[in-house]
Design a protein around this ligand. Sequence first.
Ligand code: BGC
Length: 745
Amino acid sequence: MSLKPLLTIAMLAIGAQLLAQYKQPAPDVIDKKVEALLSQMTLEEKIGQLNQYTSDRLATGPLTPNSAKYQEIKDGKVGSMLNIRGAKETRMIQEMAMQSRLKIPLLFGLDVIHGYRVTFPIPLAEAASWDMNAIESSARVAATESAASGIHWTFAPMVDIARDPRWGRVMEGAGEDTYLGSLIARARVRGFQGKGLGNLDAVMACVKHFAAYGAALAGRDYNSVDMSDRQLWEIYLPPFKAAADEGAATFMNSFNDLNGIPATGNAYLQRDILKGKWNFKGFVVSDWGSISEMIAHGFAKDNTDAARLAMLAGSDMDMEGHAYINGLAGLVRDKKVDVALIDDAVRRVLHKKFEMGLFDDPYRFSNEGREKKVLNSVANRKTAREVAEKSIVLLKNDNQLLPLSKSAKTIAVIGPLGKSSTDMKGFWSVDWENDHLVSLFEGLQNKVGKQTQLLYSQGCAIKDSSRNGFADAVATAQKADVVVMAVGEAFDMSGEAKSRSNIHLPGVQEELIKAVQATGKPVVVLVMGGRPLIFNWTADHANAILYTWWLGSEAGNAIADVLFGDYNPAGKLPMSFPRAEGQIPVFYNAKSTGRPSPDGMPAPYRSTYLDLPNTPRYAFGYGLSYTSFAFSDLKLSKSTMQANETIEISFTLKNTGRYTGEEVAQLYLQDVTASITRPVKELKDFQKVLLKPGESKTITFTVNKDKLSFYDQKMNWTAEPGEFKLMIGNSSDHILLQDKFELFN
Ligand code: BGC
């Protein structure tokens, strides 16, 4: 037999293995196995299961030197490792765990946030797709790749609602809206966990950061959060609940204190809500060092005290805090922590290890053959390109400058991100040797024919203030038929610990745009970055603007698809873009106040600024298309409803332009008068619809009691009788159809 058929047989076998669904033992069978194992464990071994260390190679937080950690694995003192990856390396470390007395396998966790081997758009960008299938498919690819590389557990999705673009971690979430964020939380959990834990292409999801981390005061990372219970329940908790309902295996708590109590030591969050009211059966891992950080918070007096507080509050596993491993045994002996709490935490961890099939075969995810086959496949890159296309938002397109003609003779690419591939990776990507991310310039090269000449000038750097490159940029623009400018943030300007007080386009980039625009050439500006940025001059003067975020491995190809109309952009902003930092937080679902300004413009003795409109530069839900759509014929099935009834709201959506395209029709509701003041509008439903030119479709939304409910004065989730306003539009600030109806009890 030649080698080739052998290889083919091997590959088929790997494929079949991947496809075969894992037959997980029934939960009660696992329960019994867990109990049997638990009964054999010493206190030290139990605590070991709650201890997680990072590898030394990769630290995603402040590292505590510990040369003994590999010996500790052999001694059964470690339950999980993070920042280890690769079939070979995970196998090697797992072999150490197999030398321990009870041979309990380790869990390998990693931040697989937007792709593993193939980098996907940053989560905020994907949220702009408003496309749950796309978002799920991105997480699916990430899971398939990482699971083939020995990873059992991703620290994602981050479901923190965020209204403050100064906070660098907005890049990791789904933006400002609770309804959209909850759907996305579910889609990501489905994508990561696939057909269920135990399958070889599924990783455990970890929903983070529990809770309210996205509301860090002043947008400064790790900062305190103080908010009403109503806001917590109404705005910040629902995406966590949605992810738990979708079956997420684990949760991560958060660095912030909430109303004076660090989330890690917060029994209300972890015991009462998560494990109590929501009946969550998985385990909670601390954030990196967040147990010991309770000392700096001024909440725990030392590491042992921190361990006590975290355990009492329901934190099951200590990530790189060294508090449990050093302090818990003493606390049990001193009767300060009941061993029953430790048993409960250990049960939760062991249960997941059984569910993952690790006791059957601790190396089942560490298979170099599968790893080679699955990683960076053509199919995975194709998915990344499709998701990237869907993530792009068209902000402006004067005189239909876009799409560009493929027969343009000379195109000038100008700007510091024009040839960058590193920055396309975004902040939370995994590093690879010889990685290939498609830059904008390369994407254009792949797209245009020989008749088109591509020119390039960097113009300036991202961050510094030198204007030395401006003359060359202007001269290059002058030689071109059309200019494509690539500006924005470097990959490390948004992300963890990347809060910024100034979120204008960094450096002299907007000046560069001015200089190039002055040539009179048509200018398309591509803004790349991890958060909403401020670029008012560009918004007013550029001919066309695309917000392209950080799109990952296929960035340049996806942008070229959109620039030339091979894909018609359909993204909608998942977060408001402010006009100035002074407006922050600015979000669409605000309250009216007693002195509203009808159009948000400055007005005497109204709730406005003297120097700025209240409205953002670009609103939540905003995004254009190369085609146009008309909304008409709004019909309500009835104008009153009882609480146990529904109302069907239908209208006609028509593609009135020249291109096939998708529109995201958005339904907003307002409870006009209630016992608690309500937002001026809240997103309650949407549909993304593909229409050919001239085609129309009837869209129907169903309103039920739940969509009208809120937390009343006694914190009961309820819908109050009265008038409701309904608004349908293509953006939160562009309502095209409206009506009202009444709820009777
Ligand atoms: C982050 C988490 C992350 C963890 C492990 C922390 O600093 O807040 O989101 O999962 O590090 O890398």
